[in-house]
Design a protein around this ligand. Structure first.
Ligand code: FES
Length: 167
């Protein structure tokens, strides 16, 4: 689910279309084909599955938050270690990435015709829009965040490092 969510992300699509398919070849350069099919036709229409990956990745994200809260519990009671901070930072960055998703923005306000009739949804849509403006940033920061969190947990599990207790 997380891999599908990333692969079909609007931002990553734009990046890998340009980087690996040279499509578009460059700014203000015409298409090398007679007909531009875009994402309205097979196979790229399959990218519409992104909204469903959003739901599936949301379930995974819930488990990451549960894990982060579990990391507050130590054998002698509650506390905070470096690992606790790593897990909370990872869940927070992935949440910012998910909440800035174009599909989420559409879900909470994209289908409204009159915002004044739904002030709460308008407020949420405005906040999602503000996050969405930095979607590229959240995409990269959360990607490195999840890789570093995984590495930290892997090294802990292997006994290479020991978690430092802060509180
Ligand atoms: Fe990037 Fe949805 S558009 S995660």
């Amino acid at each position: 689910a997380p891999a599908g969510f990333r692969f079909t992300c609007y931002y990553y699509r734009g990046a890998y279309y340009k980087a690996f398919w040279a499509d578009p070849p460059n700014c203000a350069v015409g298409e090398p084909r007679q007909t531009f099919l875009g994402e309205r036709y097979f196979p790229l229409v399959m990218q519409n599955i992104h909204r469903y990956f959003f739901y599936a990745a949301g379930v995974v994200l819930l488990f990451l938050w549960v894990d982060a809260f579990k990391a507050l519990k130590f054998e002698d009671g509650y506390g905070v270690g470096v690992g606790t901070l790593v897990l909370f930072a990872n869940a927070a960055l992935l949440s910012l990435y998910s909440l800035s998703c174009h599909s989420f923005r559409h879900l909470i306000g994209g289908n409204l015709n009159v915002f004044s009739k739904c002030p709460t949804r308008f407020m949420l849509w405005s906040k999602a829009t503000a996050l969405n403006e930095h979607h590229m940033l959240w995409a990269w920061v959360s990607l490195f965040g999840v890789a570093l969190a995984d590495l930290y947990i892997f090294l802990l599990a292997r006994g290479v490092i020991t978690d430092v207790r802060l509180i």
